[in-house]
Ligand binder design. Sequence first.
Ligand SMILES: [Zn+2]
Length: 238
Amino acid sequence: MKLEYSSHVKMLRYIARTAKNMFGVFPRKCNLCGFSGSFHAFGTPPRFDAKCPHCGSLERHRLFGLWLEQNTSLIAGRQLLHFAPEGILTQILKPLAAHYQTADLNPESADIVLNIEHIDLPDNSIDAILCSHVLEHVNYRQALSELRRVLRPNGDLLLLFPIVEGWDDTYSNDTITTPKDRELHFGQCDHSQLFGRHIRQDIRMAGFTVDEFTATEPDVSTYGLIRGEKLFIAHRQS
Ligand SMILES: [Zn+2]
């Protein structure tokens, strides 16, 4: 009985500490909007210091921003198609690209309606495409094939997605269909798979070479990034 009481007290202290951390653990900086101060938690389970309270950026957006600082030429003056657009990235990319267009299945979310598994665009028609946290929701092999088809030779495909680096293979399971089971198995109620390291080979097999960008310290702690999170730069082979 005494042990049980002690365990409950420890749990209540843990909950109180966790609740406090939801509003920021360490001071951070946002490289996208210039905000300095406490970031908010985001996600389920919560990731502390994930979201900039000023512009709403998450870790992946700030990671992309860091890459962009050193690789502006891959966007500047080029034609860019942005799937499932995030507002904070649109603000940065739209003035930079020669021609910028957003695409989504939902007509209210983007400039044009496109299904990434069957892209209604001509072959060899786009310079660069950004897909952040899209591939894990769809038939990714079909999507990669379509993305390669619409990219011009030497075009670039910028990809962010959750990856379990400790797994060789991507985990998919056709018997997992309910939102609850998808959350249990794939980490989110609308994910269709969880990628392992082999996803790099899948991208290569689709006709790309693959480069990777990962932030290191002091950027990770300064900007509140996920350690080891990857941006993949897939270059279409001609
Ligand atoms: Zn910000």
